[in-house]
Design a protein around this ligand. Structure first.
Ligand code: C5P
Length: 231
């Protein structure tokens, strides 16, 4: 075996950007969401542990709230920590700027998805490695979805068999993600949206229920029971 043909699991060729600079207003509390406690550790520490347990991950760049840079650096000595922006998109751009050119695969992973299994991180990275330039994890939609008017009346029922609930990590060839952010003209709630706007394909892999986005106090309860079941 040559030095350039290491087994896949030994490659640490993936950089992960972690936007963690949101306030988390829907969760309440007096610290930013990423710093909220879950079972004795911050959401961000849980998130970083999952990333560090994924064999592909060689670099983690966290975009942290400006007022908490010191605290985040102290909690995460193994990560590069940069200042987040006023939107998620800006936070991702700031983190992307800190990735050395040697990383050709970049994942973007919300700190709020703190309990994401390492297997999902690996599945997204593997799909990029095998030639898909943009990859997202998707779960089927279980509820019936209706489009509503501003005054709360139903306009139409959407065919849920054609819908997917999108998670992170989302994976990209680094040059595509860089171009997508550099040419962005409008706001998107995820990075794949920037690639779609360029008219380029986005591949999907199956998501995982434990990669839920911890958004409300109810989600924290679910997260606690996931952790209990793991222990
Ligand atoms: O607001 P939303 O729930 O979509 O945020 C998703 C992720 O983006 C969270 O992990 C949050 O911390 C992050 N974010 C950020 N910078 C912002 C807003 C949100 O890094 N200005």
């Amino acid at each position: 075996m040559t030095a350039t043909s290491k087994p896949l699991l030994e490659r640490r060729d993936v950089a992960v950007l972690v936007p963690a600079a949101g306030q988390g207003l829907r969760l309440g509390g007096d610290v930013p969401k990423a710093l909220r406690d879950l079972h004795g550790q911050s959401l961000l520490v849980h998130c970083l542990r999952a990333l560090a347990a994924a064999p592909s991950v060689g670099l983690i760049v966290v975009a942290a709230p400006a007022a908490h840079l010191g605290a985040v650096r102290a909690q995460l000595p193994e990560a590069t920590v940069v200042e987040g922006g006023s939107t998620r998109q800006e936070s991702v751009s700031n983190a992307l700027a800190a990735v050395p050119a040697s990383f050709e695969i970049v994942l973007v992973h919300d700190a709020a998805r703190a309990l994401t299994p390492p297997s999902l991180i690996e599945a997204v990275a593997a799909a990029v490695r095998t030639g898909h330039d943009a990859v997202i994890p998707v779960l089927p939609v279980v509820d019936t979805i209706k489009q509503l008017s501003p005054d709360g009346h139903v306009l139409t029922t959407v065919d849920r068999s054609q819908l997917g609930a999108v998670q992170t990590p989302q994976g990209f060839r680094r040059d595509l993600l860089t171009k997508a952010h550099a040419t962005a003209t409008d706001a998107h709630t995820d990075d794949a949206g920037l690639v779609e706007r360029m008219g380029l394909p986005v591949f999907t892999v199956p998501g995982h229920p434990e990669a839920l986005k911890i958004t409300t106090p109810f989600d924290l309860l679910i997260a606690e029971s996931i952790l209990r079941s793991r222990n």
